[in-house]
Design a protein around this ligand. Structure first.
Ligand code: HEC
Length: 163
């Protein structure tokens, strides 16, 4: 029993340190827009399309933020800079900025994948395959949505991140 108490205290300590250093946050970081400029932005934040067409994630529901059936922002951040997930804070959702996705891979601070094209980005979102052809962690949901909605999300991911 004593051992378990020690483990619990240690785990609480690790979690507290991570929260302190801003590595994990319980609410989405960055500012949520008060109204969406595009359907792609709306999908990114809410996982719902202006057209009313269904948008469904498969898997990936390990994140607390997903309980409310929210969009990409709940894991990748309102600022698109990525974040650690809760409760499994050892998993990170990577940044989805134009530099991180489409930039030269040695200066995007990410370094471990090739630049995405429209085709490979589509595959990452719907099939969970990264730019180099490797499967993404199951923490990333596999999304089904209409072609038009997918094109809108991709256009949004190409747009610059607001200051
Ligand atoms: C439940 C959390 C979660 C949600 C919601 C989520 N993702 Fe992810 N996503 C991840 C994780 C975790 C990874 C990293 C997987 C890995 O490292 O293998 C990822 C990876 C990605 C990648 C690959 C990035 C790279 O650097 O290779 C893309 C693209 C992506 N997500 C797009 C999206 C889009 C678009 C949405 C919304 C439609 C979305 N994700 C919603 C967790 C999430």
């Amino acid at each position: 029993m004593k051992k378990m108490a020690i483990v619990a205290v240690l785990l609480a300590g690790v979690a507290a340190v991570l929260v302190l250093f801003g590595q994990i946050s319980l609410v989405g970081q960055g500012n949520w827009p008060s109204r969406f400029q595009s359907n792609g932005e709306r999908i990114y934040f809410t996982a719902s399309s202006a057209s009313g067409d269904a948008i469904n994630p498969r898997g990936g529901n390990t994140h607390m933020g997903m309980m409310s059936n929210s969009g990409c922002a709940s894991c990748h951040g309102a600022d698109r800079l990525g974040r650690r997930l809760m409760p499994n804070f050892w998993t990170s959702a990577p940044p989805l900025t134009p530099a991180a996705l489409f930039g030269e891979h040695d200066d995007d601070g990410h370094g471990d994948h090739d630049a995405y094209s429209d085709v490979s980005l589509r595959r990452a979102i719907t099939e969970g395959i990264d730019a180099g052809g490797a499967p993404l962690d199951r923490a990333m949901p596999r999304w089904s949505m209409s072609e038009a909605d997918l094109a809108d999300v991709i256009a949004f991911l190409k747009s610059p991140v607001p200051e």
